[in-house]
Write a protein that binds this ligand. Structure first.
Ligand code: NAD
Length: 332
């Protein structure tokens, strides 16, 4: 098979080609640009397109891919909000994803953000290098005994609950389906309103859906504790960015950790250090001393990249042999 891999970085190439040794007859071509209706032409002559979170697999793109004879879209990620599944099914293009690669990678990153924001590692690092050994402004709090609200207790949320439990946090969880492992570790399921009202720290681990878009907004922020810590490693649009800026200015939000951002498509995964930042909202976020932003790196561990490559290759193998696709996504 011929596979066109879009939005491909050096590390994608390295891990995918290592896993692809098991299918030596396949041909992989890597494109650094993203897939969209404008770039779909690059998939001419390919059976499969392999894409990531920012490739735009919408109706016009899928229609062009179908015309070009592409039969499979293989996502190298879990989230699939960038794919028009209804159109794909209508056109007979199958879609697979990597539902789970390393829940530890994302949960550990979220936990790292909690610890960094609390103990201000991001500020202490620069201060000490600058010869400033004063402690003013670095006062933290014991995580032990704090109430940690976890929204979404699937694979990642469960691991995050376990880490926070290990640090002595009291877990309040909210999900459409209770996870018995979370209850077994002492977590308590509550309604979203109670979680927002009671939590000292809130971490988002639910998918982006129409029902979860702007879950953190002016109204929900108003119900939270003064000085609440909010962590989002899930999807940017779970948070209304303008509302959290207002919350930061008023002091309602005491700490904000973001690995994802609503408008990250035009920013993340590129070196833009020589460019003038055009996104004024993002620029404002970066001015707050109590905000820590990482550029969608929570998934980025060796184990996760190995697993992403292995699962993608397993899907390609099954597709080539016309076997059932275990990780196929269909419209709900
Ligand atoms: P998962 O499917 O295992 O768990 C998601 C959980 O959210 C499920 O238990 C589901 O029932 C729950 N949920 C759905 N709607 C909800 C709602 N309205 N309120 C509360 N809970 C709800 O997924 P996962 O593997 O744990 O991943 C969680 C999210 O993390 C993904 O959706 C993805 O967006 C994000 N993610 C981010 C990165 C990163 O690098 N930053 C990497 C991987 C995944």
């Amino acid at each position: 098979m011929r596979i066109a891999c879009f939005d491909a970085r050096r590390y994608d190439r390295e891990f995918l080609l290592r896993a692809a040794q098991q299918r030596p007859d396949d041909e992989w071509i890597f494109f650094e640009n993203r897939l969209s209706s404008d770039t779909a032409e690059q998939a001419r002559g390919f059976d499969v397109v392999c894409v990531f979170v920012h490739d735009r697999v919408d109706k016009p793109t899928l229609e062009r891919l179908a015309q070009l004879g592409v039969r499979l879209v293989a996502l190298r990620c879990a989230g699939f909000n960038n794919v028009d599944l209804v159109t794909a099914q209508h056109l007979g293009i199958r879609v697979v994803r990597v539902p789970a690669y390393s829940p530890y990678a994302v949960a550990e990153h979220a936990a790292g953000m909690v610890l960094s924001l609390n103990r201000r590692f991001h500020r202490a690092y620069h201060r000490v290098r600058d010869g400033n050994f004063a402690l003013d402004g670095l006062l933290g709090f014991d995580l032990h005994g704090k109430t940690v609200g976890v929204v979404g207790t699937g694979r990642i949320g469960e691991v995050f609950c376990r880490i926070m439990t290990g640090l002595g946090g009291i877990i309040l969880a909210h999900d459409l389906h209770e996870n018995p492992n979370v209850t077994a570790m002492g977590g308590t399921y509550v309604g979203i309103e109670q979680l927002f009202q009671s939590a000292d720290i809130i971490s988002l681990h639910c998918p982006l859906l129409p029902s979860t878009r702007h879950l953190i907004n002016d109204q929900t922020l108003a119900s939270m504790k003064q000085g609440v810590m909010i962590i989002n490693t899930s999807r940017g649009a779970l948070v209304d960015t303008l509302a959290v800026i207002r919350g930061l200015k008023s002091g309602k939000i005491g700490y904000l950790g973001l690995d994802v951002y609503e408008e990250e498509d035009s920013l993340f995964f590129e070196d833009r250090s020589e460019e003038v930042l055009q996104d004024d909202v993002f620029a404002r976020l970066l001015t707050f001393p109590n905000v820590l932003v990482t550029a969608h790196q929570a998934f980025f561990t060796q184990q996760a990249l190995e697993q992403i490559a292995a699962t993608t290759l397993a899907s390609l193998d099954a597709f080539a042999q016309s076997q059932p696709l275990r990780y196929e996504i269909l419209p709900s």
